[in-house]
Design a protein around this ligand. Structure first.
Ligand code: PLP
Length: 285
């Protein structure tokens, strides 16, 4: 198995970066996770568009052009013979003696890693749904940038695991859910309306989120982009989370409450299948 590190494809075990890489010292970098289905990249353009935006917001230079990046990703996927899984890409501001201000004349660093996945969800997760817990959102105010600074999410996920949950939904000071630690949060209200928070600086605008919204629009599903409270989520008919690596994952417990009838909802199922069909047919390149 190989990884790509700053210009070279190297065996995964030898894939190392310099100790003065700013990603390592300052979390001064950005990343993307793109899903691979049937050997092809799902929603690749959406991920590259968001990467462009993250780099621009942080004024980090492209390590290679987007065109070359696409070629490198395909080469690594081919080398590692990944037909189903994910590719992780990380770009940091580069390697320079430790100093907070931007270094001059450095090249940004690029790392690519693939991961195989037998399945994107277990049969039990799909049949029974998963549990989420709610926790205070303690992150910074530029959550729209996909930065590698993920300590609040690391702590949140660990708390979720220790509570027997799949994900932790982060909650703003008004009591509204922002998003999961590595996913966007959705509910279906008792009148059948799909609800997810609108994307501003307080959440990461998921590529999967955008595809689901498009799918909802095309299928005539009623939806609203607005904040929803934890109380509203407790009373929802359905809930789910979305991300590149989990697509649509049904949520049937929030804290110690049961969502709806405790089974994955019909609309969640429809959107999961709809998104998987889209990924296999139109959304992959
Ligand atoms: N929100 C956060 C905080 C995330 O980290 C992620 C993905 O890792 C998402 C949402 C979902 O985004 P996407 O659908 O692009 O994977």
């Amino acid at each position: 198995r190989y990884a790509y590190v700053n210009g070279r494809f190297v065996p995964h075990t030898d894939a190392v970066v310099h100790v003065e890489d700013r990603g390592y010292q300052f979390a001064d970098g950005v990343y993307e996770v793109v899903t691979i289905v049937g050997g092809r990249l799902v929603d690749e353009q959406g991920h590259l568009d968001r990467l462009t935006r993250s780099l621009n917001e942080l004024r980090i230079a492209w390590p290679v052009s987007p065109r070359v990046l696409k070629i490198l990703m395909r080469r690594l996927i081919g080398l590692n013979r990944v037909t189903q899984g994910t590719i992780y890409l990380q770009i940091t501001r580069g390697v320079a003696p430790r100093d907070f201000k931007f270094p001059k004349h450095v090249e940004s660093s690029l790392v690519l890693i693939t991961k195989r996945a037998g399945a994107f969800a277990t049969p039990a997760q799909l049949q029974d749904g998963v549990k989420v817990i709610t926790i205070p959102d303690i992150r910074w105010l530029r959550r729209d940038i996909k930065s590698v600074s993920l300590l609040p999410q690391v702590l949140g996920k660990q708390q979720a695991v220790e509570a027997g949950a799949f994900e932790a939904w982060q909650v703003d000071p008004d009591g509204n859910v922002t998003e999961g630690c590595s996913s966007n949060a959705w509910i279906v209200t008792s009148d059948g309306t799909l609800v997810t928070r609108y994307a501003n600086n307080l959440i990461l605008n998921g590529v999967t989120r955008l595809s689901i919204l498009k799918l909802a629009q095309e299928s005539g599903i009623r939806f609203e982009e607005r904040p929803f409270s934890v109380e509203e989520a407790y009373a929802a008919r359905e809930a789910f989370v979305s991300s590149a690596s989990t697509f649509v994952m049904p949520v049937t417990r929030i804290d110690d409450r049961t969502v709806g009838d405790g089974k994955p909802g019909a609309l969640s199922g429809k959107l999961r299948h709809g998104y998987l069909d889209y990924a296999r047919e139109r959304g992959a390149s």
